[in-house]
Design a protein around this ligand. Structure first.
Ligand SMILES: *[C@@H]1O[C@H](CO)[C@@H](O)[C@H](O)[C@H]1NC(C)=O
Ligand SMILES: *[C@@H]1O[C@H](CO)[C@@H](O)[C@H](O)[C@H]1NC(C)=O
Ligand SMILES: *[C@@H]1O[C@H](CO)[C@@H](O)[C@H](O)[C@H]1NC(C)=O
Ligand SMILES: *[C@@H]1O[C@H](CO)[C@@H](O)[C@H](O)[C@H]1NC(C)=O
Length: 472
């Protein structure tokens, strides 16, 4: 009797999700994920060798026969060169996962998601189900996934380790057979996708399983709910793992721990369900591109803008970097990540563990995004106001209002007054504040202006084409 009560109190008695979305969707989101807010995505694989165009290189060259890719191969490689011939050049000789962990840590990110296997099918771990086409058999001769996992968990254990996994493989004959049978057979799922997923989870205990490559077939074909029921009930990460929403045609934006909907999803209005904006430092590719000019990289200001907008609307941001074939995080990406971390060092209070406020962006002044935590409301200010005076249309001062400026902690609280248009705040002199690019006001004792209309919380229906990576 006592034991039963105890078990019920601990919520243990309720364990046992059924392999249906109705049941799986009742699982509460593990709290670490919403609190983390910022993650780093890493796209690394054999595509990092040609590092031309995008990580879709193989498909663009030999699937779609896009001229630029065909020409690139004709001009630079011997006749009959195959995609597999790139693998021995995936050398990773400078790969130091402890250095990567330091860079990730310096970015302020609280989780990392590495491509364990992209659509090319090459696994970054020595999978028993990917014989001859994995990082130990050909290329680096090293367990790239396992080594990052170990480094993160040893050096920076507060960063949650996660992995990306593609369900489909462009050119896998087993997959193509199932596809030719209109997915009425499941040989690829039974012999490849599922064994591999169970293997990678059991072996590396990822706290994020970021699924992709699902969109050509229904979740029923992939057996997604069967896998997820195991993941949530019995797997070694059942209590802490989170999953995204790419588990079969029609599933994204509808089911999963959190929604990613489409790549670069950033709706700009409050969402009812936890979501994630996965976006890239190189605006045109997830995988490394050798010929990307500096202007193709997002500026720190644009990155912070994206971050502010995302977290104000209940999202997490997953920022992608593409390491090189020889195992480096390119300096321009490292610099951007370190800039982000230096900003978070000062302003992290408005980010980590924050929640959306009543208003997401200011009704009067463009470029102000709000978050909240306890009795504090944070205004993230993307542009230093003219003459150092900012007017907020969405916040009302009260008798107990106090406003401080993050990174100006030694200074006095800011002066403010209510004017007809709203709450006017006097900024400190720019030369006396620590931060740069984007600034944060921490306001206590303010009220939201009344909402004129209920918050707009729609989920946009992603079109099918969104799911074909459009990063080209
Ligand atoms: C390329 O492959 C074709 C067909 O296998 C073969 O006939 C040809 O000799 C090969 N060319 C070279 C340069 O190896
Ligand atoms: C991780 O980052 C924190 C905060 O910037 C820093 O104090 C700590 O030394 C870093 N740890 C490592 C292993 O780099
Ligand atoms: C689907 O998942 C269920 C539950 O884990 C399992 O019993 C079944 O064998 C799986 N089928 C395939 C095709 O993987
Ligand atoms: C607030 O955001 C919405 C959606 O992004 C936009 O339509 C609106 O113009 C923004 N308001 C201001 C004042 O920037």
């Amino acid at each position: 009797m006592l034991l039963t009560v105890l078990l019920c109190t601990l919520g243990l008695a309720k364990a046992g999700y059924e392999p249906t979305w109705a049941s799986l969707d009742t699982r509460p989101l593990p709290t670490w994920y919403d609190e983390a807010k910022v993650g780093i995505f890493l796209h690394w694989g054999v595509f990092s060798v040609p590092s031309f165009g995008s990580e879709w290189f193989w498909q663009h060259w030999q699937g779609a026969h896009i001229q630029a890719y065909v020409d690139f191969m004709k001009k630079n490689y011997r006749p009959n060169f195959t995609y597999q011939d790139f693998a021995p050049q995936f050398t990773a000789e400078f790969y130091d996962p402890y250095k990567w962990a330091q860079v990730l840590n310096a970015s302020g990110a609280r989780y990392v998601v590495l491509t364990s296997k992209h659509h090319e099918g090459y696994t970054l771990w020595p999978s028993r189900y990917s014989w001859g086409w994995n990082a130990v058999d050909v290329g680096p001769k090293r367990d790239l996934l396992g080594d990052l996992q170990l480094a993160i968990r040893t050096l920076t254990p507060h960063i949650h380790f996660g992995l990306y996994h593609s369900m489909y493989e462009w050119f896998n004959p087993l997959y193509l057979q199932d596809k030719a049978m209109h997915f009425q057979t499941q040989n690829f799922v039974k012999r490849k996708t599922m064994p591999e997923l169970y293997e990678v989870v059991n072996q590396y205990k990822p706290e994020v399983v970021w699924s992709d490559g699902d969109w050509e077939a229904e979740d029923k074909y992939w057996n997604s709910t069967g896998f997820l029921a195991w993941l949530f009930n019995e797997s070694p990460v059942k209590d802490t793992v989170v999953v995204n929403d790419r588990w079969g045609r029609g599933i994204p934006c509808h089911h999963g721990s959190y929604y990613t909907c489409s790549d670069h999803y950033n709706p700009g209005v409050l969402q009812p369900h936890k979501w994630e904006n996965c976006m890239t430092l190189d605006k045109r590719s997830w995988g490394y591109r050798r010929n990307a000019p500096a202007t193709d990289y997002i500026t720190i200001h644009d990155l912070l803008t994206e971050l502010a907008m995302t977290i104000s609307c209940r999202g997490n941001i997953l920022i992608n970097a593409g390491p090189t074939h020889d195992g480096r995080i390119p300096p321009i990406m490292e610099e951007r990540l370190r800039q982000l971390g230096s900003w978070l060092d000062i302003n992290g209070e408005a980010v980590y563990q924050s929640q959306p406020w009543t208003h997401q962006n200011d009704s009067l002044t463009p470029g102000i995004w709000y978050t909240s935590k306890g009795d504090a409301v944070y205004a993230i200010v993307l542009k230093w106001p003219q003459a150092g005076i900012l007017t907020l249309g969405s916040a009302l001062a009260t008798a107990s209002t106090s406003i401080s400026f993050l990174g100006y902690s030694s200074g006095p609280p800011l002066r403010y007054r209510m004017v007809k248009k709203g709450l006017q705040v006097v900024f400190p002199p720019m030369s006396e504040v620590k931060g740069q690019w984007v600034w944060v006001l921490a306001m206590r004792g303010v009220n939201p202006t009344p909402l004129l209309t209920p918050p707009q919380t729609f989920m946009s229906e992603p079109s099918h084409s969104n799911f074909i990576h459009f990063m080209q």
